[in-house]
Every structure is written in structure tokens, then in C-alpha cells.
Design a protein around this ligand. Structure first.
Ligand code: ADP
Ligand code: MG
Length: 239
């Protein structure tokens, strides 16, 4: 599903070069549910943005669902992103002047789907996140937790092969964070990722420091890592 090999990314400004990813290699199979953990600045967002085709990389290779993404034109990349990827951002990234229904419709509008099919998908995604009664609300009329649930509906409405979530509860208080995590777990259990092989990759300075099952990594008494354990990749089990 996702296959990265020796991917490097350098951010350059006039004064400094930041090596955000250093020869990172990672594979995520269909049906896997992987958490990417690591301190602030370790490269989690850079990795997810590259995985989500939102950002380019310098060197290395990335195959998404068997396709080499470095060889795609901008249009092909956008199309592939739209078809294969759902992205949940820390800061929700809803469009402020569109209501809930229209926000969830945004990725679907780029597809050749009838209005009736889109409506059905939007409605069932909003039902799933418990917001079917808020379709006409604007984002500003919702709580942070509700906004993130709309963003989750938007991410799953297109039935993506890969669901990426970058610290999806980072901007929420603990109660709302719990609700959002419960929802993501529920989506996961509903068969989005069927045979869940739970795995955590711990990043440090753009490299994978450790990789393994959660119990193994969290039992190592190094640092309090649990708070940082929130960027996630879910590869759908269907493909
Ligand atoms: P994390 O999500 O783990 O906190 P990031 O992927 O956001 O880490 O950042 C990795 C490194 O790349 C950090 O040192 C950060 O300062 C740097 N970085 C990220 N984005 C940019 C950018 N647009 N320009 C310059 N440096 C960046
Ligand atoms: Mg980040």
C-alpha cells in the first residue's frame, strides 16, 4: 500500500538547512494501522505530508498502491491524492464559509459522481461521526471536537485507501480528544483496517529510531512518549 525507501527531505532557507527526513524507509500494508511517534520536530508531519502527496521529497522513492509517485505530473498527483487519501489535520482545515455538508462534499466534487451519490456518501459519513443534524452549520458554529469530526467525515467520505491523521487531537481538550479517538477507533473496527497489525514507528531527527508493537516500544523506560503518540496511518483493508 505505502512503500517508502530512503526518503530524504531538506528544508532550505538562506541561512539554514533542516534535514526533516533522513533516508526514511517504511512500508505499510493494506489493513495495517500504524502510529508514528516522536518528539516535536522529529519529522512526523513532514513524513505524513509526503505520504499524503501534499509535499515533495528530495531523494528516495515512494510507491503508493503500486504507483511510483515521483514520476507523476501535478494533475496525476492531485487525482491520486483525491482518490486514495483521506487526511485529518491537527487544525481541522475546514473551509470557514462552507457549511458542514459542503465541507464534506469538497473532495467528492472532484469526482465524476452524481449529486445523489455524493449526497448519500456525505449523509452516511456525517451519520457515522454523529453530526447528521448539523449539516447546515458553519464550522464557527461548532465545537473543536465537532469540527474535527466533520474533518473525519470529509476524510472518509471518499472511501480512501489510506487515512492519514496528523495529531488529530492535538488542538482539543481531553474530553473532546477522547471522543475523537473513540471515533477513529470505531472507524478502524468497522473494517477500515481489518487485520490490524498495530505498529509504532518512533522518529527522531528525521530517522526511524525504533519500530515495533506498541507494548514493546512503550515498555522501554526512555522518555514519556505517550503524549507524542498521535500521528497515525491507517491503510484500508479493502485493497
Ligand atoms: P514534527 O511533526 O515531528 O513536529 P515536522 O515534520 O513538522 O516535525 O518538522 C521536522 C523538521 O523540519 C523540524 O526541524 C522543522 O523545524 C522543520 N520544518 C518543517 N517544515 C518546515 C518548513 N516549511 N520550512 C523549514 N523547516 C521546516
Ligand atoms: Mg507535526
Amino acid at each position: 500500500m505505502l512503500k517508502m525507501h530512503n526518503v530524504s527531505k531538506v528544508y532550505r532557507t538562506d541561512l539554514i538547512e533542516t534535514h526533516a527526513l533522513r533516508e526514511l524507509s517504511l512500508e505499510v500494508g493494506a489493513g495495517e494501522f500504524v502510529a508514528v511517534s516522536g518528539p516535536s520536530g522529529s519529522g512526523k508531519t513532514t513524513f505524513l505530508n509526503i505520504a499524503g502527496l501534499l509535499e515533495d521529497f528530495e531523494s528516495g522513492s515512494y510507491q503508493l498502491d503500486g504507483r511510483d509517485v515521483s514520476r507523476l505530473s501535478d494533475d496525476q498527483r492531485s487525482k491520486l491524492r483525491n482518490e486514495k487519501i483521506g487526511f485529518i489535520f491537527q487544525s481541522f482545515n475546514l473551509i470557514p464559509d462552507l457549511n458542514v455538508f459542503d465541507n464534506v462534499d469538497v473532495p467528492l466534487r472532484y469526482r465524476r459522481m452524481s449529486a445523489a451519490d455524493r449526497r448519500e456518501r456525505i449523509t452516511s459519513a456525517l451519520e457515522l461521526v454523529g453530526l447528521a443534524s448539523r449539516m447546515k452549520h458553519l464550522p464557527s458554529q461548532l465545537s473543536g471536537g465537532q469540527q474535527q469530526r466533520v474533518a473525519i467525515a470529509r476524510a472518509i467520505a471518499g472511501d480512501p485507501a489510506l487515512l492519514l491523521a496528523d495529531e488529530p487531537t492535538g488542538n482539543l481538550d481531553s474530553l473532546m480528544a477522547r471522543q475523537v479517538m473513540d471515533l477513529l477507533e470505531q472507524i478502524n473496527e468497522m473494517g477500515f483496517a481489518k487485520d490490524i497489525a498495530n505498529r509504532i514507528c518512533f522518529l527522531d531527527q528525521g530517522r526511524i529510531l525504533e519500530e515495533g508493537p506498541p507494548a514493546q516500544i512503550f515498555s522501554a523506560p526512555k522518555e514519556p512518549r505517550t503524549q507524542q503518540f498521535l500521528a497515525r496511518i491507517v491503510a484500508a483493508g479493502r485493497l
